[in-house]
Design a binder for this molecule. Structure first.
Ligand code: SAH
Length: 356
């Protein structure tokens, strides 16, 4: 068994600079080679060892025989009128994930997936409908950004971990990814330009706090009481609000960073004035920010979106009650609604083709 796993090629894109340094030293090479190779992979974004022109031929040959580099292929690409680009990327094992590039006035933001599918089961979310297939490796997550940057020829300055998957359910790989992407020898994207979104895995929020990263933590709240939240998000049964909110407060205290709450508005479920009051009571005084967004209806979900006028009214109520809130601009609405839908559509099409 061991010899089998030993023979599996190592994907160098997955290794942080310090892991790569250990690996290179283990090959009997000097540490500076690790820095050079890291720059080729994470700064110059090559996916071919032969492009590493400052490396000895013999080393390139060895790397080709024993290692790989993450190089997803673009299976589908959709561009919206507002410039948003949505990619369906195919990984080395054939699994597909979604990545989105959004253009804001402050720079290009890439929304990355962190898992193939998702185990969290939120009732409004397309990404979780077929469950979780596997975790993404650190290099696969990074290569989503590299693919978007190479495809558009434009620099990516911001990252949101809000695509398919629950980032804190793939904790170690996501931590390595963050180290790689913020490394000065790589794309050097600052933690303050990175947002990580979680459905609320309390022990992992505490673990993340201990890392004291300067990223923005977004918590998908979506409801201010346990009954409504549990009806939308099964994770609330494991970590109800009386555990989640104190964890958010601890996180703010330890990291010194304000968190933001995501609140997807569902008509007749979480959008009443009474809900706005409950929400304000729950989080007032935290200095937290609420992002409101009308829910994006997905196939097979019983939910429909709150109309924009009501979203505005809800926002105003929160402001009047002392809670900072904005209505999130929807980009790319014309190409393919909520995240996870492109992958689902593709899987359904493949199944239909298979039957035909
Ligand atoms: N698993 C993480 C990150 C991925 S989802 C999380 O739960 O936060 C990113 C955000 O999109 C979350 O706030 C999620 O609740 C929200 N979301 C998922 N499906 C949605 C939909 N159909 N309409 C609106 N928001 C949705």
């Amino acid at each position: 068994m061991d010899s089998l796993t030993d023979q599996r090629p190592v994907c160098l894109t997955d290794l942080t600079l310090s892991h790569l340094t250990d690996y290179v030293k283990g090959m009997g090479l000097p540490a500076f080679r690790a820095k050079q190779i890291f720059k080729w992979v994470h700064q110059k974004l090559v996916t071919d060892f032969s492009a590493m022109t400052d490396q000895p031929k013999s080393l390139i040959q060895t790397l080709e025989q024993t290692c790989t580099l993450a190089a997803p292929t673009i299976r589908r690409r959709q561009q919206s009128k507002d410039g948003t680009v949505k990619y369906l990327l195919q990984l080395a094992d054939g699994n597909c994930i979604e990545t989105v590039l959004m253009r804001y006035h402050y720079g290009n933001t890439v929304c990355v997936s962190t898992q193939v599918g998702c185990a969290m089961g939120c009732r409004f979310c397309a990404s979780t409908q077929a469950g979780r297939v596997r975790d993404l490796t650190p290099g696969e997550i990074a290569s989503e950004i590299y693919t978007a940057q190479k495809d558009t020829g434009e620099r990516v300055s911001h990252i949101v971990l809000m695509g398919i998957g629950e980032p804190l359910h793939n904790f170690d790989n996501v931590m390595d990814f963050l180290e790689i992407i913020s490394c000065p020898e790589g794309l050097n994207i600052g933690m303050r330009n990175i947002s990580l979104s979680t459905c609320g895995l309390v022990p992992k929020i505490d673990e993340l706090a201990q890392r004291k990263l300067q990223l923005t933590l977004s918590v998908s709240l979506h409801a201010p009481d346990n009954a409504v939240r549990s009806s939308m998000m099964p994770v609330n049964d494991a970590y109800p609000l009386e555990e989640l909110i104190p964890a958010c407060r601890r996180y703010q205290k330890i990291t010194g960073r304000r968190i933001s709450f995501e609140y997807s508005m569902v008509r007749g479920v979480n959008d009443s004035p009474a809900m706005a009051r409950k929400l304000a009571d729950l989080i007032r005084g935290m200095g937290a920010h609420v992002n409101l967004i009308p829910i994006n209806p997905v196939d097979g979900s019983p939910y429909s979106a709150t109309d924009e006028e009501n979203v505005r009214r809800f926002r105003q109520m929160l402001e009047d009650l002392g809670v900072n809130a904005t209505v999130r601009r929807r980009l790319g609405a014309d190409i393919s609604a909520a995240c996870g839908q492109l992958r689902r559509e593709d899987a359904k099409q493949a199944a239909q083709n298979g039957q035909a």
